[in-house]
Design a protein around this ligand. Structure first.
Ligand code: SF4
Length: 156
């Protein structure tokens, strides 16, 4: 038996509980969704193909509803850079308000303006920021000032 709280990310597994096979969840626990392969950084180690194709927001929301109905526990938005997906606030809010899924995102954070942060408030349970080091270590990998990242996170 698996208990999960999307607000805190708490997972509790009870191995001792004997659940009949007919009640086993068939959905994946977590699904990663690349909202776009586009990105405005050019990290030396990046393997993402940088084409700008994006999913249709309506189809994406329908797919998210289906994942919820089948018992999936969470979705994680990524890319590319997910903040380049114009409908990110709407799709995230749909998932947060109309499903029981945990909604998370992994971002480089350089596009987190106060306006975008406001638009995403309450629509994401967890935001992960990709950081490979601090100071010059970060800057050698990402070709962006580390202080800019800190400022973005400070004002978001
Ligand atoms: S931020 Fe991510 S997607 Fe963008 S170039 Fe770097 S590793 Fe690739």
């Amino acid at each position: 038996m698996h208990l999960f709280d999307r607000r805190t990310g708490l997972n509790v597994l009870f191995d001792e509980v004997d659940v009949p096979e007919t009640q086993w969840a068939r959905a994946p626990r977590q699904v990663s969704i690349a909202l776009t392969n586009a990105c405005d950084l050019a990290c030396a180690f990046c393997y993402a193909p940088k084409n700008a194709a994006v999913p249709d927001a309506g189809r994406l929301c329908a797919w998210i509803d289906e994942l919820d109905a089948e018992g999936c526990l969470g979705i994680g938005f990524g890319g590319g850079e997910p903040t380049l997906y114009r409908r990110l606030p709407q799709v995230s809010r749909h998932a947060a308000e109309r499903t029981r899924l945990a909604v998370t995102m992994t971002t480089h954070a350089h596009r987190l303006t106060p306006q975008l942060t406001d638009a995403l408030a309450g629509a994401l349970n967890i935001v992960r920021v990709s950081v490979d080091g601090v100071g010059t270590t970060y800057e050698e990998q990402r070709s962006r000032p580390f202080t800019e990242l800190v400022q973005r996170l400070d004002t978001s």
